[in-house]
Design a protein around this ligand. Structure first.
Ligand SMILES: C[S@@+](CC[C@H](N)C(=O)[O-])C[C@H]1O[C@@H](n2cnc3c(N)ncnc32)[C@H](O)[C@@H]1O
Length: 275
């Protein structure tokens, strides 16, 4: 979904990542959100390629990167709520099933699902009922201040939170990525954590054919990559946004990430203690 102004239907990439999770077998809620055309492809793949080896090859590591990213951020979320996070914010939540999958770990902590209104509406229409602690926050990141919308939904900026912003930064202009992270850094309680992913920018001469094809696939889903970051500038970018980078890991080096699309990087950052 490139721009909130024109998008009227649910994000195709949100549907695609739900399909990948369904095929991987670790998201029992994903099937609610997979549209008919993707489900048909999924059914064929499940029959012909139950291990997902060919699908991984055809998708040039993208599916592996999507699975690895989700597992990595699962761990971050579970660790954060077990430690000190009192609130959960899923930015660009799409069809993320964590409020159902981790209902026990999250307990009664409020969960804020922040997403584009078109995708949020599709989630409400297609998915199971949300638990009482889940609050829907409709936002267009490129047009509105998500922090104001969180205020309206009852988010408590004084309490430690875990923010998960998965699979979204690459579809937004760099200044929107920066301003979103800056708002978290300025307003969230010290010790709050942010998990997100960034796409690596490489000079096109260094970019093998398979990377170029992967980017074309995303563009074909009408959600082209809008922002990418040189690998050695990622930490500095996070710091300039006011956050402390804790870990920046290539998806292909994260657990289960062997063969993943090499341009996807996973980031954990922390809101610093006030001086
Ligand atoms: C690849 S999906 C990821 C969904 C979810 N985080 C997951 O991993 O399953 C991208 C998400 O970003 C949201 N998104 C993209 N552009 C947006 C914008 N300008 N404002 C709000 N949400 C946006 C889409 O609605 C979609 O839910």
């Amino acid at each position: 979904m490139k721009s909130g102004t024109t998008a009227r239907s649910a994000s195709r990439t949100a549907e695609y990542v739900a399909l990948v999770r369904q095929l991987a077998g670790f998201d029992p809620y994903a099937h609610h959100f997979v549209p008919r055309d993707y489900a048909a492809v999924g059914a064929v793949l499940e029959r012909l390629d139950p291990e997902g080896r060919w699908a991984d090859r055809i998708a040039l590591g993208l599916n592996c990167a999507i699975r690895t990213r989700h597992r990595w951020l699962d761990c971050l979320l579970v660790e954060a709520v077990a430690a000190d996070a009192q609130q959960v914010v899923l930015l660009g939540s799409g069809f993320d099933a964590r409020p159902w999958r981790f209902a026990d770990a999250i307990g009664e902590r409020p969960v804020f699902l922040v997403d584009h209104p078109a995708t949020a509406a599709a989630r409400a229409e297609r998915g199971p009922d949300e638990a009482a602690n889940v609050r829907r926050v409709d936002v267009r990141f490129d047009e509105e201040d998500f922090a104001d919308r969180l205020d309206d939904a009852g988010f408590d900026w004084a309490q430690i939170a875990i923010f998960v912003w998965e699979g979204v930064t690459m579809y937004l202009p760099r200044d929107v990525v920066a301003s979103t992270l800056q708002r978290i850094a300025r307003r969230a309680a010290p010790g709050s954590r942010v998990g997100f992913d960034l796409v690596a920018a490489r000079p096109s001469a260094d970019q093998p054919l398979r990377e170029r094809i992967t980017r074309r696939i995303m563009a074909a889903m009408s959600e082209p990559i809008e922002s990418a970051f040189a690998i050695d500038e990622m930490a500095g970018f996070v710091e300039r946004c006011g956050l402390e980078p804790q870990r920046i890991v290539a998806a292909e080096q994260a657990p289960g990430g062997e063969g993943a699309w090499p341009d996807l990087y996973l980031v954990e950052a922390r809101v610093p203690d006030t001086p």
